[in-house]
Design a binder for this molecule. Sequence first.
Ligand SMILES: [Ca+2]
Ligand SMILES: [Ca+2]
Ligand SMILES: [Ca+2]
Ligand SMILES: [Ca+2]
Length: 418
Amino acid sequence: MRPHLASALTLLVACTDRPLGETDGAGEGASDGTIGLTESAGPASDTATPTGGHDPDPDPTEGITTAPPEHDPLSPALEPYSLEVADFDGDGHHDLLVMGLDDAELITGWIARGHGDGRFTADLAPALQGASAYPAIGQLDGGAGVDVMVGQFQDAARIYRWSVAEFTAYKTLTSPPTPRNHVVADVDGDGRNDVVALCHGAQKFGLTVHRGSDAAAWTATTTVLGLVDEFAPAGLLLGQFDADGVPDALLFESDAPRGFLRVLGRPDGEFVEPVFLAKHLRPWGAVLGDLDEDGRTDILAVEHFPVRLSLVTGDGAGGFEHTGSVDIDAPFTPHALDLDDLDGDGHLDVVAVDAVTPLLFYWTGDGHGGLGPAQALELPSGAVRVHAAQLDPDPALDLAVATFDAGQVTILLNPISL
Ligand SMILES: [Ca+2]
Ligand SMILES: [Ca+2]
Ligand SMILES: [Ca+2]
Ligand SMILES: [Ca+2]
């Protein structure tokens, strides 16, 4: 099985160790999944894993089809931490956004704009300043193009939107101390996206909803949910778990043996009825999707103790039950997951990457919550992010993989088509 490395966009080498589901540290850098680190200029300056000790394979692309890059390899002064895939400039094609640190250890971004044919032009170093290299993304300004939300100091997060040929600052939202994670969703059902921030105070944690609008100041509603000394979540997922049409939330603390804290959203921006579910699970990260195709959202969690995927099926009334797990053979340890119909058979499939092992694993879903045997594709290095997206005209989905240890974003075109 050979992946198709159609685009090898060169970046400087770095690695991160941030669990899935934590997209924004707002300067509090929980890059190793731990909570309560002191503020630092970067998201993970004290815990980032430099790869200076890594002994690269003399030919890391051996066995991998490598098309010549369409452009000269680019080496921006950027130590990469995160990869997002979306149509940032609003031209209808997915683009790549890498965020990391520049030579001065300041947060910076790097954009490769997609042409829709699998090629990218990496010619932009947009001004995306802040205190976190883990942005939240989503449509927030009411205009074309996906916007980027970057954590700042002082409990703020700034929304940047595309304007002609670059990002410009749009709005700054301040949440109660200290926002750990931001997720974009339309909570109040007015057709315009809102921002949900997961925050920790000195003793308590909760969720703050910022309602999106054209007003100069967005209104915010905060719900305090619990005490930090019992549960210090940084993972946040939003989905429809009951039948009222308002997004609900799952909070989790990576690797903690507490499962998920489920809360139900209300149209006024409050979250109610907190309940821990699947408490015996230790989620490192998780994604949402209807894996058994009963019309109700399920959770697919990845655990590191033991290393496995666990399916937690939803009942459509806010309840969840752990219904099965798939063990993963060592040494592969998923760092990041994505869930999409990779092979085009109509059923959700699972794709995972390991920060260390230079392989991509995928499992095809059977539509009943079952997964086929793990299958592997080679990568130039371990990877910290994988995103399934439509990157070329072929209807089969493509993958963008943050193989930062190889100095690249790896694009796999139609790797798992039927
Ligand atoms: Ca685009
Ligand atoms: Ca809204
Ligand atoms: Ca389901
Ligand atoms: Ca499928």
